[in-house]
Design a protein around this ligand. Sequence first.
Ligand code: DC
Length: 274
Amino acid sequence: MRCGGVWPIWGLSPHVGLPNDGEKRIAGGRVERTRGSPSKRGWLMRKKRAVAIDGPAAAGKSTVARILAEKLGYTYIDTGAMYRAVTLKALRLGVDCEDGEMLGELARTSRISFSVDPHGRQRVWLDDQEVTEAIREPEVSAHVSQVAAVPQVRRWLAAKQRAMAERGAVVVEGRDITTHVLPDAEVKVYLDARFEERVRRRWLELKAKGHQLSWESVAEEISMRDKLDSERAVAPLRVAEDALRIDTTQLRPEQVVELVLQECQRRLGKWCTG
Ligand code: DC
């Protein structure tokens, strides 16, 4: 089947090399050890903080992660946007959605980055071109779960996500963040909502963007994505054992954020600020 291109807050080349634990970069590319000094250790501890959020489509993850990141002064990383960016590139280049090697190569070589506009909204960049709106188009939504199931794609995007999170003070949202990308994240949350409520939210979101899709077609798409996301062989959607599980069906985003902030206080204590 035919499927039809980042640096700024964040930009990572395919082969970016970041310092390991206990190291920091200094001028000239040399690496200086910082082990031993309590103040430097404290600095590193602060740098490492991560809040990981997983859950199925339209469970409210993006809204909650965005507000939470703003309140904590952390950087928000939308990993779904990265899978969408690779899918968009594949569609534009007419790459076969079943060609794992080629899709993996796209994931490895694509430069995907995030920036924040003057209104505080996150913008997504693919190979220096802004794709914030393009990656939300129905055609990308229709193919992204298939592309996200390709092991080579997951391998390269997970590596890029870990490299971004290395910088610390991040809220990272996706499907496999608590279980696979950042299993050692200090705060882990799984957001869920009843199927009908998730369809309602996605339908309203699409309608607000001018897409007149039927309720049934939105329900079908969400159900298909649930199936593909939870049944794929590599890093399927699962609830991490130590994740705080929240059913958002009856909750407003601010209420969910409050619950997650309480969890951050419990887990991060005094580090619960930017
Ligand atoms: O959250 P979203 O709808 O933008 O995600 C798009 C797709 O990418 C969705 O099918 C799940 C997949 N995805 C994933 O497999 N792993 C992630 N960490 C994030 C998203």
